[in-house]
Ligand binder design. Structure first.
Ligand code: IPE
Ligand code: IPE
Ligand code: MG
Length: 278
């Protein structure tokens, strides 16, 4: 705690070491844990894209003696808080893994409830997306989704198409492998490219994330240390941050902690340590 106080005093005394984060004023309560953490952030080195594997809803519910769906419902509250926090922090893209190509293997009732929750969420939150200049991009194949959810997703995607403050990549019926196969199919179906034309940057343009920067930081909640088929291509050099916290308990202080830890990492992209010459 003492070290923390020293850092805090330093940060306050020397604004140049801590470029002010835009939009933080009034958002975080003075003296709160998250405000203290946020003071340690360097606004000049924030990730552009944070991707989140939102996991642990079922276990959260089970530990409370509740049905799994209550975990998903509680998870929707975390989504709201983290979307808002990400925008305040100035992220360009926040991607959220909401339903995988493998999640269809769950009991039909759970799948149905999840789809309904997502639809309700979109209906309720479209104002929030517009008021905050957020753009929604769906990642994954919408074809297999219930028609009413699909319509709702397309409506909100169209509605928010011109928004630019932050893009929310909602991964639904998404699988990294399926996305790569689909990209290959699109290239072949188009028939325009020769094999020599295809390189990493061209290929990226056929993925669902076309035009978005790759995630710099990948967060997984609930302590699982696996990727579960999320953004296999895009996370090649993402920093991975795993917390035991279940998604319904994930709050802005956890996000800010992840960003602080991210800034303490050295990203080498295959090179040697910065500054080493031999
Ligand atoms: C994440 O929570 C939400 C989805 C995958 C849809 P889970 O439902 O996987 O929760 P756990 O992992 O069973 O606790
Ligand atoms: C990953 O969570 C998918 C989502 C968060 C949507 P899962 O709960 O499906 O992952 P596994 O089955 O534990 O690997
Ligand atoms: Mg899970």
């Amino acid at each position: 705690m003492q070290n923390e106080d020293v850092r805090l005093a330093e940060a306050q005394a020397n604004p140049y070491t801590m470029p002010m984060l835009k939009g933080l004023d009034g958002w975080l309560e003075d003296g709160s844990e998250e405000a203290r953490l946020a003071l340690r952030l360097d606004a000049a080195r924030l990730p552009r894209h944070v991707a989140v594997i939102m996991d642990g809803n079922g276990r959260w519910a089970r530990e409370r003696g509740l049905p799994r769906v209550e975990g998903h419902r509680a998870g929707a509250k975390s989504v709201r808080e983290i979307v808002e926090a990400s925008a305040h922090l100035g992220l360009e893209v926040l991607s959220l893994f909401a339903f995988s190509t493998e999640n269809w293997k769950r009991p039909a009732r759970e799948v149905q409830m999840l789809m309904r929750l997502l639809e309700d969420y979109l209906r309720k939150e479209d104002r929030l997306l517009m008021d905050n200049d957020f753009r929604l991009r769906v990642l994954g194949n919408k074809e297999k989704l219930p028609a009413s959810l699909r319509r709702e997703l397309e409506r909100v995607e169209l509605l928010t198409r011109g928004n630019s403050r932050m893009t929310i990549g909602l991964a639904l019926n998404y699988g990294g492998r399926a996305e790569i196969v689909e990209a290959t199919r699109r290239i072949l179906a188009e028939g325009r490219l020769k094999s020599g034309d295809v390189d990493e940057s061209v290929f990226s343009r056929y993925l669902d994330t076309a035009g978005l920067p790759d995630p710099d930081l990948l967060i997984r909640t609930s302590g699982e240390t696996r990727i579960s088929n999320f953004m296999l291509w895009q996370i090649a050099y993402a920093e991975i941050w795993i917390t035991p916290t279940y998604w319904p308990d994930f709050r802005k202080k956890h996000l800010i902690q992840a960003l602080v830890d991210f800034q303490g990492r050295q990203r080498r992209f295959g090179e040697t340590d910065a500054g080493s010459s031999s």
